[in-house]
Design a binder for this molecule. Structure first.
Ligand SMILES: Nc1ncnc2c1ncn2[C@@H]1O[C@H](COP(=O)(O)OP(=O)(O)OP(=O)(O)O)[C@@H](O)[C@H]1O
Ligand SMILES: [Mg+2]
Length: 268
């Protein structure tokens, strides 16, 4: 077993991120003062009530939303706009329907490795499809795949980009609970061998505890920010079955549930 990641080195730095939206009722401050440093190889989750601003934070880091304050640095470079160093997986994988699973994954690789030969790109894509258990379905089109299988393609596509940071916005939110558990295990497995720095938004307390090194708990909006941060020091690789029954696991779960009952109690 490897110990959990050391939290010494800053890799992704978010400093006082702020997002405002213009609405019919004036300016709406969605997120304020969101300051978080993530180490290389760390898995961090953001949890909070619906509408608090989780996706807004992720979109700012992805470069899909302009900032109204603060700044971000990734691997010593300031983040400005979207880029292939940050791969995003949303609830729905938005695969191109006329391409096969393999072609959908290959397309992403083309953008980050334009000089790689076609056969090498296909080889890399197949490697990732195998990693998410979809090797046999590589030549199927999205319409022939279940929702869970499509999301596996989405995960393969994101890892195939070999991004510096993986940004996941409720990647299993649309799946039934069994498929959700399956895909959590797939993500744990792929992540444990590659340790891509990951920031994942989730509603699911169990998912947060099982997967994360730290769980960032957000206050309710307007002007949402970080309420508390909880470290989850379980060793990796982690096995759901052996963890979920332990008192430590229940302690971390209860800490998050306690926060979610009164998310704005300690907000500055
Ligand atoms: N384009 C926009 N214009 C105006 N308000 C917006 C816009 N996008 C988001 N908001 C508001 O910002 C707040 C945060 O939204 P966000 O989508 O980040 O929440 P969330 O935590 O991801 O919610 P959920 O868990 O339901 O996905 C909400 O009040 C939302 O209505
Ligand atoms: Mg959201």
């Amino acid at each position: 077993m490897t110990p959990t990641v050391s939290l010494q080195k800053k890799y992704l730095e978010c400093w006082r991120l702020r997002k405002e939206f213009k609405t019919d009722n004036g300016l709406f401050v969605a997120v304020r003062d969101f300051t978080l440093n993530i180490s290389e190889g760390e898995f961090v989750s953001i949890i909070g009530h619906s509408g608090c601003g989780k996706s807004t934070v992720l979109s700012m880091i992805a470069g899909l939303h302009e900032l109204n304050g603060g700044g971000m640095v990734l691997d010593n470079h300031e983040i400005v706009g979207a880029g292939p160093d940050r791969a995003v997986v949303f609830q729905s994988p938005n695969l191109l329907p006329w391409l096969t699973a393999l072609e959908n994954v290959t397309l992403g690789i083309e953008q980050v490795q334009p000089k790689a030969s076609e056969s090498l790109r296909a080889e890399i894509a197949l490697h990732w499809l195998n990693r998410v258990g979809l090797g046999k379905a590589a030549n199927k089109k999205p319409a022939e795949l279940s929702q869970g299988m499509q999301q596996r393609v989405g995960i393969a596509r994101a890892f195939a980009l070999q991004p510096k940071v993986l940004l996941l916005d409720e990647p299993f939110g649309m799946l039934d609970s069994l498929t959700r558990l399956e895909l959590q295990d797939v993500l744990l497995d792929v992540w444990s061998t590659h340790q891509t720095t990951t920031l994942m938004v989730t509603h699911d307390v169990h998912e947060a505890v099982l997967l994360s090194d730290r769980v960032v708990m957000m206050t309710n909006g307007p002007a949402a920010t970080i309420g508390e941060i909880l470290s989850i020091p379980f060793e990796r690789p982690r096995q759901r079955e052996s963890l979920v029954e332990t008192t430590e696991y229940m302690h971390y779960r209860d800490e998050i549930l306690r926060f979610l009952e009164h998310p704005n109690e300690k907000a500055a």
